[in-house]
Write a protein that binds this ligand. Structure first.
Ligand SMILES: NC(=O)c1ccc[n+]([C@@H]2O[C@H](COP(=O)([O-])OP(=O)(O)OC[C@H]3O[C@@H](n4cnc5c(N)ncnc54)[C@H](O)[C@@H]3O)[C@@H](O)[C@H]2O)c1
Length: 336
């Protein structure tokens, strides 16, 4: 039997890769991509699927209850996967209000509409950043407490609180997937890896926050999509699932690895002031999803980076128009 899935934010990086993964893998699901098309949304990401009868795009804002209700009823939606968000930490420092609106009010609006329409499953795409920062040792588990340090992570933590409340209060079948830093093709070139690649290709300075000593665990986009699919199908009600890759790298080493792959000199790297409230290290333990759902990451960082660099080299027409549209100052564009 066909499953009708509403994917919000499906024109962005994670959402478009998830939609592609689902449509390539299954013949019994229909995807409704509901996206506001902010600066980060790009329908070119799904150009290969736009002709298919099991894929439909609807322009809309998750804060707009009437528009959400209409989609839920018209397409008889059974599951929602909520990727829609303002996703860039530096932008959240410059203007937190958009983050509160989409990430918190938008999530609550979707949850409310889901309960009213009798949606059977709701998967929230969350982040390890809700846990705050680690020192040199230890990991985040699903039991780690909330300690967000910037407006982006605060808004994601607040959304997670609403997810919990709708499970406890209304019995909505919810799951949260807390992703570590994800990278791969079609990521907007404001984030660390695509920004470094696109700057290096153009021989522009590669700007790194602080001394690049922060540490992130790098998860390839294909592994991310597979995990979300499993949680959507098999997640236990109310449960959180951390995902990560055990591929921790310092930011400076990520930048150097990109330059090495492109055959560019390390002298392109220059340093700028560290972000206020920069988190030092994130590292998700993902034993729970491995044990309970059988997911584990298969792509090592070096392999995923090669695939990613290769994609940006071959798809300049995708990213070069985005650079001229971007209004953030160069020094605040790099994010880990
Ligand atoms: N990229 C990562 O490394 C990462 C890691 C952990 C968690 N996440 C989470 O995954 C989700 C997707 O991240 P991404 O990197 O793909 O983001 P992105 O910025 O690439 O895409 C966000 C998408 O949401 C859409 N959108 C924004 N506001 C909307 C609104 N009000 N209504 C409808 N659509 C709206 C945008 O148009 C865009 O298509 C986010 O919730 C983010 O917090 C991302």
């Amino acid at each position: 039997m066909q499953m009708n899935i509403m994917v919000t934010g499906g024109a962005g990086f994670l959402g478009s890769n998830f939609i592609g993964y689902m449509l390539d893998t299954y013949t019994d699901c229909r995807i409704i991509n509901f996206d506001k098309l902010t600066y980060a949304g790009n329908l070119d990401n799904l150009a290969g699927y736009s002709w298919r009868s099991d894929y439909q795009f609807v322009l809309g804002d998750i804060c707009d209850r009437a528009a959400v209700d209409k989609v839920l009823r018209h397409y008889e939606i059974e599951a929602i996967v909520n990727f829609a968000a303002e996703s860039h930490v530096d932008r959240s420092i410059a203007d937190p209000s958009a983050f509160a609106m989409t990430n918190v009010v938008g999530t609550q609006t979707l949850l409310d509409a889901a309960v009213s329409a009798g949606v059977r499953r709701f998967v929230q795409i969350s982040t390890d950043e809700v846990y705050g920062s680690l020192g040199d040792t230890g990991w985040f588990t699903e039991e780690s407490g909330y300690a967000p340090n910037n407006p982006y992570s605060a808004s994601k933590a607040a959304a997670d609180m609403f997810i919990r409340a709708y499970y406890q209060t209304y019995g909505l079948h919810v799951n949260y997937v807390r992703c570590s830093n994800t990278y791969g093709p079609r990521q907007y070139p404001e984030k660390l890896i695509p920004r470094t690649i696109t700057d290096a290709i153009a021989d522009r300075p590669v700007i790194i926050h602080g001394e690049g000593q922060s540490i992130r665990d790098w998860l390839y986009i294909g592994d991310n999509a597979a995990a979300i699919d499993l949680v959507l199908k098999k997640g236990e009600p109310g449960e959180i699932y951390n995902i990560g890759a055990e591929q921790e790298r310092r930011t400076i080493d990520v930048a150097k690895a990109v330059l090495d792959q492109l055959g560019k000199p390390h002298s392109l790297i220059c340093f700028t002031e560290d972000r206020p409230s920069q988190d030092y290290r994130y590292a998700n333990k993902f034993d729970k999803i491995r044990r309970e759902l059988g997911w584990y990451p298969v792509c090592r960082f070096e392999e995923g980076l090669m695939l990613t660099v290769d994609w940006y080299v071959r798809n300049r027409q995708w990213w070069s128009p985005l650079l001229t549209k971007d209004s953030l100052p160069v020094s605040s564009r790099i994010s880990g």
